[in-house]
Design a protein around this ligand. Structure first.
Ligand SMILES: Cc1cc2nc3c(=O)[nH]c(=O)nc-3n(C[C@H](O)[C@H](O)[C@H](O)COP(=O)(O)OP(=O)(O)OC[C@H]3O[C@@H](n4cnc5c(N)ncnc54)[C@H](O)[C@@H]3O)c2cc1C
Length: 470
């Protein structure tokens, strides 16, 4: 009797899932497993939980959705609490596993988990299949070794665009081998059991993110096909407020409910059936960024999470709890920063433009250790992905893979370009809702407007007019 275990982590889907497909084809019994790892829910060194209630709800909702997908195909999902090294080898012994398959991850902690599990089950004679499947480019098809990964995105992209053929996504298996009898499926924990609490709804939220593949596919179908928005993606993608400014597929890509190749296939189909233009190219371009940060994480190992980053560049950082707290809560006194941070706390999402603005503010204006900002994003973002998050933060902090050493985002210029009518700040900051555009971005200019005091002067002010009076 061949018994396979498929270990799910950030690949919570059945479509385009090579480990599931591989073991469905070779095993007579199949056990799919997900570990609710206590380390994911522990407090960080910065004093807040590593996963917020909102992100936990999205991840656990995705686990429930995966279980439904597996059950629909005659399978099931076993859910266990514990670290993979404590769960998987014990489960393998319990079910008499002959094979273990999983998608290989890129970040160092996840890779360490894989190595430990692989060694433990390998010692019991289980065949291990660690398959690459989180990127557009198969790792084996890269025209360079990961050690020699180009130091900048442009060089990476030019080579992969020219030399890598992205394989089409694979369909889900229609039927799965039966699960092993007598293995309790286990329940998915509630937020309270994980020690998490907090309101999950906010009346200001404009986009709803429903976990699972069905909802992710519906979002993709609606954005690309029904509302026909891919043709203008490049013009709208930097918008801050509207639900359709960008694809908003990231939470499903991060949990793996959607495979990047499913999105890539949709882009190709749209180019064939509707239009091929700069915008259709640009969505694929962004997916290549996602790929790049995966490979950067693989190359960088633990240095991705160190203060001096993958580049080993040290710089003086401050720690100021009051200012950091004001940044997290969206109470810095700078409306464009505050609106973005309040959106993040209220919804678990923030636009790419917003992320760049608030990251620059934290590292350049407040000079606060970038790892605290990255940790806060990790806690809050529904689309949290270690490679994209820490890679982008290292980039913003000037310690990552960026040809330019200092990317400073000038708040006044950003507001004038991306929130000209102040609709975004007025939406997220009710205190400013009645102000006309220039004042809504600079409420300190009028003495009778009551708003948070500015936590620190801006560096632009230092450069141009001396310190701005607070
Ligand atoms: C400081 C900072 C932290 C970030 N943290 C994350 C994170 O934890 N998880 C995450 O998925 N993205 C992260 N990003 C990248 C980017 O902001 C989001 O992917 C994007 O805003 C998601 O919205 P969307 O799906 O509408 O993107 P779209 O513009 O529609 O892009 C489509 C997809 O391309 C990928 N993508 C786009 N931009 C980037 C990028 N700069 N880096 C990597 N992938 C990209 C995402 O998968 C995204 O869903 C971060 C960016 C910054 C500046």
């Amino acid at each position: 009797m061949t018994v396979g275990i498929v270990w799910f982590r950030t690949d919570l889907r059945v479509v385009d899932h090579a480990p599931l497909e591989a073991l469905a084809g070779r095993c007579q019994r199949l056990v799919a497993v997900y570990c609710v790892d206590p380390r994911e829910y522990a407090p960080t060194r910065w004093g807040f939980p590593r996963t917020s209630a909102r992100r936990a709800a999205f991840v656990l909702g995705s686990v429930i959705a995966l279980r439904e997908e597996l059950r629909r195909r005659g399978g099931d999902l076993v859910v266990r609490r514990g670290r993979p090294i404590d769960v998987i080898p014990a489960l393998a012994r319990e079910v008499g596993a002959t094979d273990l398959a999983f998608h290989a991850e890129a970040a160092s902690d996840e890779r360490a988990d894989e190595a430990a599990v692989e060694a433990a089950v390998g010692a019991d004679g289980v065949r291990v299949h660690a398959l690459w499947g989180h990127t557009l480019a198969p790792i084996a098809a890269l025209p360079f070794s990961v050690r020699d990964l180009p130091g900048h995105f442009t060089a990476f992209r030019q080579q992969v665009e020219r030399r890598v053929r992205v394989p089409a996504g694979r369909p889900a298996p229609t039927e799965l081998p039966a699960p092993v009898r007598d293995v309790a499926p286990g329940d998915v924990p509630s937020l309270a059991e994980l020690g998490l609490e907090g309101a999950l709804d906010d009346p200001r939220q404009l986009t709803s993110f429903v976990p699972g593949t069905v909802a992710g596919m519906a979002r993709m179908q609606g954005y690309i096909w029904d509302r026909d928005l891919l043709r203008i993606y490049k013009q709208t993608r930097n918008g801050l407020l509207a639900p359709d400014d960008s694809s908003k597929l990231s939470p499903w890509l991060a949990t793996g409910a959607l495979s990047p190749r499913t999105v890539f296939d949709a882009i190709l189909a749209y180019e064939q059936e509707r239009v091929r233009n700069e915008s259709t190219y640009w969505l694929a371009f962004e997916l290549w960024w996602r790929d790049y940060f995966r490979f950067v994480a693989l190359q960088a190992g633990r240095t991705l999470f160190r203060r001096s980053g993958p580049r080993g560049r040290d710089r003086q950082w401050r720690w100021d709890e009051a200012r950091f707290g004001a940044w997290c809560r969206g109470e810095t006194g700078y409306p464009l920063v505050d609106a973005n941070m309040q959106e993040l706390a209220a919804t678990g999402y923030m636009s790419n433009r917003g992320r760049q603005i608030v990251a620059s503010f934290l590292v350049n204006d407040l000079e606060i250790d970038w790892r605290a900002g990255a940790a806060w994003f990790e806690s809050q973002l529904l689309d949290y992905d270690p490679c994209s998050n820490w890679g982008n933060w290292a980039y913003a902090a000037g310690v990552g893979n960026d040809p330019r050493p200092n990317r400073y985002f000038d708040l006044a210029k950003q507001a004038a370009s991306y929130d000209t009518d102040a609709a975004y700040v007025r939406h997220w900051l009710p205190a400013l809702a009645s102000l006309a555009p220039p004042l809504a971005h600079e409420p300190w200019r009028q003495s009778d407007v009551r708003y948070h005091a500015r936590v620190a002067p801006l560096r632009t002010a230092e450069r141009t007019t001396g310190l701005l009076p607070l």
